[in-house]
Write a protein that binds this ligand. Structure first.
Ligand code: G
Ligand code: G
Ligand code: MN
Ligand code: NA
Length: 254
């Protein structure tokens, strides 16, 4: 079977799931938010990673349907948390370039959040720098519409793309995520330390939240904390979990 056909069956047949990885306030250890990460387990039990199937979906209209499913599931999950210990949690959702250039996105999301009674401010859309380069004017227009409604936007994999600082200056974003390639060699890599510290300072000077990704060790965490980085994500702080696992892992809430 062609993988596109299998993927379509996965979508309509309920084989897709979302896992939620904690984003933690480094100073207090409190749960700040979660990142939704799509998971595909085939009926035979094998797992296809998203960096394999998302690029395939992006080559067809499937990405639009998958993206809509992800947003719908994430918002339904958010709605199910209202009233519980995790009420008010922010959910980060990864966006594909073709989703973000669609002029239908802001209205679709607005209607979805209204129907599910989820405040837009709890929904953070992650996009990568490279997505900004393809159709910059269109992306910028969509970003401003989303921000006007109240959704938040986070720049993912920051430092890996080619975005100029001029773009950063003019885009309506609320947070930056330091790419994990800059975290990997901390604390010993001199250059990585300089880069991490500089991104943190840049973000803070622009009034952005800064989230470091891929934190796997206490030493990396300590170094990022010393750099002034306020938020972190990574295996040390929490693996991606299904929604019920997340609720069990944070019984005290945020
Ligand atoms: O979870 P994992 O590290 O395997 O994710 C690999 C890549 O897949 C990451 O770059 C992540 O941004 C991307 N990804 C995960 N979930 C989604 C999703 O729901 N939509 C899109 N477009 N990309 C996703
Ligand atoms: O591209 P994006 O930043 O959306 O990708 C997030 C990916 O990073 C997810 O696939 C997630 O599983 C992965 N990830 C999360 N924490 C860690 C970590 O501590 N180490 C590594 N190597 N990958 C991580
Ligand atoms: Mn991401
Ligand atoms: Na990232």
């Amino acid at each position: 079977l062609a993988i596109e056909t299998e993927l379509h069956e996965a979508l309509v047949g309920g084989q897709l799931r979302l896992a939620y990885q904690p984003i933690v306030d480094i100073g207090s250890g409190a749960l700040h938010g979660v990142e939704a990460l799509i998971r595909w387990r085939k009926p035979d039990g094998s797992v296809v990673p998203p960096d394999v199937f998302i690029p395939i979906a992006e080559q067809s209209d499937l990405i639009i349907d998958i993206g809509r499913w992800v947003l719908g599931q994430a918002l339904r999950d958010l709605a199910s948390l209202q009233g519980g210990a995790l009420a008010g949690l922010k959910i980060h959702v990864n966006m594909a370039a073709s989703e973000f250039t669609s002029s239908a996105l802001p209205e679709m999301l607005r209607a979805m959040s209204e129907r599910l009674a989820v405040p837009p401010s709890q929904v953070v859309l992650e996009l990568t720098e490279s997505m900004l380069m393809r159709q910059p004017e269109q992306v910028k227009r969509v970003m401003h519409q989303l921000r006007d409604i109240g959704f938040e936007i986070s720049l993912d994999d920051f430092g890996m793309g080619h975005s100029s600082l001029a773009m950063l200056k003019s885009l309506p974003i609320s947070s930056l995520k330091i790419d994990r390639s800059f975290v990997r060699d901390l604390p010993s890599g001199e250059r990585d330390r300089a880069i991490a510290r500089t991104i943190v300072d840049l973000g803070h000077h622009l009034q952005l939240e800064v989230i470091a990704e891929g934190i796997e060790s206490e030493a990396q965490l300590a170094e990022l904390s010393a750099c002034g980085c306020r938020f972190g994500q990574g295996w040390l702080l929490g693996r991606p979990l299904p929604l019920d696992g997340l609720v069990q892992a944070f019984p005290q809430g945020r």
